[in-house]
Design a binder for this molecule. Structure first.
Ligand code: ADP
Ligand code: MG
Length: 386
């Protein structure tokens, strides 16, 4: 019996109807492009969030996470209200409760309620999207339990709606799409405007390569305010340029667009977004042609753009990137929103100990807490396990 099944039985006194899992994600390239209607290229991590679940018949939703200290949270499905999300120690339960609310609000009948037990391998707040893993695992569990006819992209959109409207985090749809739709050995090339998605072969191991995920284990307080500011700047710049979104600026017209912007901050933000969309397109081409190593310099270029033009990096991320590239990585960049979280490094498979030591040593030298370094193979999206 698996750990979640056993814990479910200990907590609720009966066996779950099933167990579902959804992974965290890393974004290979395409950062801060999603709210500009642009392109992203995430892949799913091997680390997942599992949910053991069973239907109830009385309209109660009971939520328990092995990773949260609140104990079981009991909510009335009919009373779920985005204006009154759970607070305090129970605030984590806004994610699963929000998913239940989003399903109901979309006319999907889950009114009988459910008992849920959550356990995760995805570190929270490391920029690896434990929030989407939780939402998508819960969404898939509820959809399967109630036999709802929803597609993976629809579930991802509902999970995102839960995070936006119920939890109150203004995230784009990338994380949920990656967690719900990714397939093993592939990255997910997503057009965040049309939601068109393509699975691009991304098999590091076959090319003797490996991806390191360096979790800096810092989260700077700037993050939320800066995110809102960046979004606002991008929307202002798009309006000033007379386009619906920065996605509509072609790379070939970048210099001309920059010359017509009066605000120097807008110029930097626009340059990042337009060049980043271009980097996504180039890396997709390289992956398709099997020239993975050549993607390295574009990853590092993306980091420099985020650091200097978008100004969302931090000393710990910059040090991780500098140390990894100095130790022989083909390329390295911060991944996720920034101001902490994780960096990626593309390395030769046998260089893992050396690059790991170099990064850890650099952190020690700078007086930073040791980073958590793992490797990430592109893994499967959400599944029913049992
Ligand atoms: P990230 O998605 O990068 O890990 P977020 O701040 O978006 O960071 O989401 C982290 C939050 O999601 C946690 O603070 C918690 O509220 C919730 N969460 C994620 N995974 C779990 C889990 N396994 N159990 C309880 N809450 C979780
Ligand atoms: Mg998140």
């Amino acid at each position: 019996m698996s750990a979640v099944t056993r814990e479910f039985r200990e907590l609720y006194g009966y066996l779950p109807e099933g167990v579902w899992a959804a992974p965290g994600r890393v974004n290979l390239i395409g950062e801060h492009t999603d709210y500009n209607d642009g392109f992203v290229l995430p892949f799913a991590l091997p680390q997942r969030t599992e949910v053991a679940a069973a239907r109830r018949g009385d309209g109660i939703l009971r939520l328990h996470s092995a990773d949260a200290p609140s104990g079981a949270v009991s909510l009335d499905v009919a009373g779920l209200d985005p204006a009154r999300p759970p607070q305090g120690a129970a605030s984590w339960s806004a994610y699963p409760a929000g998913v239940a609310w989003a399903l109901l609000d979309a006319g999907l009948p889950i009114g009988g309620g459910a008992d849920l037990l959550v356990r995760s391998e995805v570190p929270t707040g490391a920029g690896l999207s434990s929030s989407a893993a939780l939402e998508v695992a819960v969404g898939l569990a509820l959809a399967d339990l109630y036999g709802l006819a929803t597609t993976r992209p629809e579930l991802a959109a509902l999970a995102r709606r839960a995070e936006n409207a119920y939890v109150g985090v203004p995230c784009g749809v990338m994380d949920q799409m990656a967690s719900a739709c990714a397939i093993e050995g592939h990255a997910l090339h997503l057009d965040t405007r049309s939601l068109e998605q393509r699975h691009v072969p991304f098999d590091c191991a076959a090319q003797g390569l490996r991806l390191l995920v360096i979790d800096t284990r810092v989260k700077h307080a700037l993050a939320d305010g800066a995110y809102a500011q960046r979004r606002a700047s991008c929307h202002e710049a798009a309006a000033a340029l007379g386009v619906p979104a920065l996605r509509d600026l072609p790379y070939a017209g970048l210099e001309q667009a920059l010359a017509s912007l009066a605000d120097p901050v807008h110029r930097k933000r626009v340059r990042h977004v337009v060049t980043e969309n271009e980097r996504v397109a180039r890396i997709v081409e390289l992956l398709r042609s099997g020239a993975l190593r050549e993607a390295g310099p574009l990853l590092t270029e993306g980091h420099v753009s985020l650091r200097d033009d978008y100004e969302v990096s931090c000393p710990e991320l910059d040090l991780a990137v500098a140390a990894a590239t100095a130790a022989g990585a083909y390329g390295s960049r911060m991944t996720g929103g920034g101001f902490g979280g994780s960096a990626l490094a593309l390395i030769d498979a046998d260089a893992e100990p050396e690059v790991g030591r170099a990064v850890t040593g650099a952190f020690r030298g700078a007086g930073y807490a040791p980073p958590r370094i793992t490797t990430a193979a592109p893994s499967a999206g959400a599944v029913r396990l049992r």
